[in-house]
Design a protein around this ligand. Structure first.
Ligand SMILES: [Zn+2]
Ligand SMILES: [Zn+2]
Length: 108
C-alpha cells in the first residue's frame, strides 16, 4: 500500500490576465462539483472579470437575426442551444469557437 498522492487530483486554474492561480480544492470539497468545478470556475471568472482563465475557449452562440445568444464551455450544449433556437425561431445561429465560426441553419 503506497501513500495516496492527491496533489495531482486538485485541478489548478491559472489566469495570465489576472496573474493569479487558484486550486479548486474548495469547490471539490465543499460543493462536490466534481468535473464541472473547472467549468463552473471559468464561468464565474468570466462573470466577474469579463474574461476566461487560461486554457478555456468558450463556444459562443449568437443569433444572426435577434439578440439571443449564450456562451458555453462545451461543444455539445452549444450546438444543442443553436439547433433549438434555429428550429423554434427560424433564425440562423453563428457558433464561434476561437477563430472558427460555424453557422447553424434552421433547416439543418
Ligand atoms: Zn482573470
Ligand atoms: Zn434568433
Amino acid at each position: 500500500m503506497s501513500e495516496p498522492t492527491d496533489i495531482d487530483d486538485t485541478p489548478t486554474i491559472t489566469c495570465s490576465r489576472c496573474d493569479r492561480e487558484w486550486d479548486l480544492a474548495y469547490e471539490l470539497d465543499e460543493l462536490r462539483a466534481g468535473n464541472s468545478a473547472v467549468e463552473q470556475f471559468a464561468l464565474d471568472h468570466e462573470r466577474h472579470t469579463g474574461h476566461y482563465p487560461d486554457g478555456v475557449t468558450p463556444w459562443i452562440a449568437a443569433c444572426r437575426c435577434c439578440p439571443a445568444g449564450e456562451r458555453f464551455l462545451r461543444e455539445r450544449p452549444a450546438r444543442r442551444w443553436a439547433r433549438t433556437h434555429a428550429r423554434h425561431t427560424d433564425h440562423g445561429v453563428a457558433l464561434q469557437h476561437g477563430d472558427e465560426t460555424a453557422v447553424v441553419d434552421p433547416d439543418a
